[in-house]
Design a protein around this ligand. Structure first.
Ligand code: EPZ
Length: 427
């Protein structure tokens, strides 16, 4: 396993290119199942999860061809082709490694009339059930049966009739599965209280580019008129708003200035507002956003919420930055039940954080001290990297495979803005 070693205390300054969004890519890749034509996706980030998803699609009969990128460039192009669906089963060993595999359920059901997917099981940040995915598909007309740790969905007479579903809780993945199932249904479907994340908009835009008929894109009320078939497309993945927000926190925590090249402001207004409230200076230009520290960090009160609220995927990174703020900050994690796994490790670096259920109080301190720390999940890992960048002395973050799932060439991007950081193999 690899680790990331950092000599902290460097003020970061320069440009960081923002890669394609992991959480958009993982929703766009399964769209290849919806057509017998070729689908080409550009600006794909080079991430473990993207590779894993490609392998899963291969097992289902999708051919994938990826074009490399020249050294120092980012964003790969992948052409996917599901001329036929060779298998409608997503096996446990694949789904276990990456819960986003559940996103083949809707498109496989739409294209092949049936789909069998292993139940994903929980993960470090919570139980993360898929009951909303299944309720939505049932409302679209699917027959659902659960057996031996698998869910089997079947479309009566091979094609979903379509229908209406109102989400009791906003769910990004369940909205995505419902969209990909409804787009080839016989009739009209309506989704109420649907997720509005930019990644959902990216998915809707791709489905429309493939010939899908969707109204209300960007709103919580989506109307999908099923079509007979979808054709291929050539589509670029949106920039990663969470990666951009994470590197913005790197500027804040090190007292630096980082130009987030390619970041899209409209995708991350809540994050940008929080950064400004922390006292950071934001400069918007036509190819991104420059984020600069300007004196002491100000404390904040933050509550995570579905888009357009403050993203849960940004909570751990802000906590790291706020551990050096001038005063007390208050965080509330409303989306996942166990998303404070980074706190014990931050405490080992000197952070003063109290947890009360889903709330956290962060008492700002003068400095963090480097330590050997353990990554537990993707965004927790990033919060430890951020703390290490600011800490006095050396930090080593272990189990960085968590990081490699969501941050493309992290040490390369941070070195380019002055960080003393390297990847080490721990055997
Ligand atoms: C997506 O996960 C993202 N992952 C997550 O990012 C992100 O944190 C999350 O959305 C919220 O924005 C991908 O897009 C691959 P949800 P998802 O369904 O779809 C509960 C990262 O770090 N729920 O919106 O799984 C669920 O337990 C990852 O990049 C049900 O109860 O999230 C959670 O409490 C982490 N039943 C809440 O809803 C269901 O059927 C929101 O989950 C589905 C979800």
């Amino acid at each position: 396993m690899d680790s990331i070693w950092i000599q902290g205390g460097k003020r970061l300054e320069g440009k960081i290119p923002i890669s394609g969004a992991k959480n958009a890519a993982l929703a766009l890749l399964p769209c290849a199942l919806l057509t017998e034509d070729k689908l080409t996706l550009g600006n794909l980030p080079r991430l473990a999860d993207v590779d894993s998803f490609g392998h899963l699609l291969n097992q289902l009969g999708v051919s994938t061809m990826i074009e490399g990128v020249r050294r120092g460039e980012y964003g790969r192009r992948m052409t996917l082709h599901a001329a036929d669906i060779a298998s409608t089963v997503a096996p446990y060993d694949m789904v276990r490694k990456m819960r986003a595999s559940i996103l083949v359920l809707g498109p496989m059901l739409a294209r092949a009339g049936e789909a069998t997917v292993s139940l994903p099981g929980g993960c470090a940040i919570g139980d993360r059930p898929i009951d909303l995915h299944l309720q939505a598909l049932e409302c679209l007309g699917a027959e659902i049966e659960l057996a031996a740790g698998y869910v089997k969905a079947t479309a009566p007479n091979g094609r979903l009739p379509g229908g209406d579903y109102s989400f009791p809780v906003v769910s990004v993945g369940a909205t995505e599965n419902a969209l990909m199932a409804a787009v080839l249904a016989r009739g009209r479907s309506q989704l109420f209280n649907a997720a509005r994340e930019p990644e959902i908009v990216d998915l809707c835009n791709l489905l429309v580019a493939m010939g899908g008929q969707i109204e209300g894109i960007g709103s919580s009320h989506l109307t999908i008129d099923g079509v007979e078939g979808l054709h291929g497309a050539d589509y670029d993945v949106m920039p990663d708003r969470i990666e951009a927000g994470s590197y913005a926190c790197a500027a804040g925590i090190t007292g630096g200035s980082i130009d987030l090249v390619g970041a899209r402001a409209d995708d991350m207004r809540a994050t940008l507002n929080a950064l400004a409230q922390c006292g950071l200076i934001l400069e918007f230009h036509d190819n991104g956003i420059k984020v600069s520290a300007d004196g002491a960090l100000k404390p904040l009160a933050l509550s995570t919420a579905p888009f357009p609220g403050f993203a849960t995927d940004m909570q751990a990174q802000f906590m790291a930055m706020l551990s050096l703020a001038d005063g007390e900050s208050f965080l509330e994690e409303t989306i996942f039940e166990n998303r404070y796994m980074h706190v014990p490790e931050l405490r080992r670096m000197g952070a003063e954080v109290e947890i009360h259920g889903r709330s956290a109080v962060v008492h700002g301190i003068e400095k963090l001290t480097g330590a050997q720390v353990m990554a537990t999940d993707l965004r927790a890992s990033m919060s430890l990297i951020l703390a290490g960048l600011a800490a006095e002395g050396e930090t080593e973050v272990l189990r960085v495979y968590h990081l490699d799932r969501g941050y493309e060439r992290l040490e390369e991007k941070l070195s380019a803005v002055g960080a003393t950081i390297e990847r080490r193999s721990t055997g």
